[in-house]
Design a protein around this ligand. Structure first.
Ligand code: PLP
Length: 359
């Protein structure tokens, strides 16, 4: 047998591995997972029934064009079918967007810290990441991002609200930024947490896309709609971009179960958005609680909060785990804590209070 291993692309070397949020330990002291920005509510009974019925035909390939779901989305957002594309979660769609736009020698700009998949999917395609630090207030520095554009720039992510800080960019500043971006550079507004936004000054990306052919909006069923495990997300973009997304899609990537669950969720939107409303109340309670304890917490419009703990990050995460909640540490920077069940949020607040006293 030869000792040589198969030749792999050099770009794969050094790719940071995606760290999924740690699960809650089965049977152990840990009871709550606040590490993946998931929806803590179980599936709605109606959605569960739809999924259960769809299970009986998984010997068949799914509808590759996601026809019924696309029709539903087209109506829901008032956009033509040719402006829609689906994928295996919005992260799948984000990867398709990079494949469609960027290769070796090209640059992809995004804020940092932001969603940790951006550097991974950029490097896989052989393109170069240009990371623009967040401002001191943990917000996208859109002026610096505009200044980072070169003739090699192909795609810019604006994560709004930003993962992991929860911070947002507002209408006037985002429009000013979009006006500065050349029309042949794609701007991807990643709105995975859109439904949790309550600040009226944050623009709806779908409105911005309508008059801007270089803007693409990413949405997901994973967060507000509670379908993280079924993997379905979508993009709204003008025809050339949406068509490129269909070319770069993995054939049959979105299962029939996921498609039907997504449709059922859109039809149960009132109930699902009611749950989002409860999570937003919990979010506000958590933020107020932390501030009352003396923490500086950036304004969050997502279903998570960000605590900048620097060198104490890992210790804080360990203390949370000891008390039964798993959070998401970014060593040396801070922790991102998903707003979950009330009891879980209470435990987190209690740990934060104890930790604060020790600082
Ligand atoms: C900002 C952002 N975009 C996209 C995603 C991807 O979500 P999904 O692939 O489940 O749609 C996430 C998930 O955490 C996220 O935080």
């Amino acid at each position: 047998m030869s000792e040589t291993s198969p030749k792999l692309r050099a770009e794969l070397e050094g790719i940071p591995t995606y760290k999924p949020g740690k699960p809650a330990a089965a049977g152990g002291p840990v009871a709550y997972k606040l590490s993946s920005n998931e929806n803590p509510y179980p599936p709605l009974p109606g959605v569960l029934e739809t999924v259960t019925a769809a299970v009986s035909s998984f010997n068949r390939y799914p509808d590759m064009a996601c026809t019924s779901l696309m029709n539903e989305l087209s109506e829901r957002f008032g956009v033509p079918l040719s402006h829609l594309a689906t994928g295996t979660g919005s992260v799948g769609v984000a990867q398709q967007l990079i494949q469609a736009t960027s290769g070796p020698g090209d640059e992809v700009i995004y804020a940092w810290r932001s969603f940790e998949a951006y550097p991974i999917i950029t490097q896989i395609s052989g393109a170069t990441s240009v990371q623009v630090p967040l401002t001191a207030g943990d917000v996208h520095d859109l002026d610096a991002m505009a200044e980072a554009i070169t003739e090699r720039t192909r795609l810019i992510f604006v994560c709004n609200p930003n993962n992991p800080t929860g911070t947002v960019v507002k209408r006037a500043e985002l429009e000013r930024f979009l006006d500065r971006v050349p029309s042949d550079v794609l701007v991807v507004l990643d709105e995975a947490y859109r439904e949790f936004i309550r600040d009226p000054e944050v623009p709806d990306g779908v409105e911005l896309y309508r008059t801007r052919p270089n803007v693409c909006v990413l949405r997901t069923f994973s967060k507000a709609y509670g379908l993280a495990g079924l993997r379905v997300g979508f993009a709204i973009a003008h025809e050339p971009v949406a068509a490129a997304l269909r070319k770069t899609a993995v054939p049959f990537g979105v299962s029939q179960i996921a498609q039907e669950a997504a449709i059922a969720s859109l039809r149960a939107e009132d109930e699902l958005l009611g749950r989002v409303g409860s999570l937003v109340c919990e979010r506000n309670r958590v933020v107020e609680g932390l501030r009352a304890q003396g923490w500086t917490v950036p304004e969050t419009q997502a279903n998570f909060v960000w605590l900048r703990l620097g060198e104490r990050t890992v210790d804080f995460a360990a203390a949370c785990e000891q008390h039964g909640v798993v959070v998401r540490p970014f060593a040396g920077e801070g922790v991102r804590v998903t707003v979950g069940e009330t009891e879980a949020n209470d435990i987190f607040l209690k740990v934060a209070e104890g930790f604060r006293k020790e600082l």
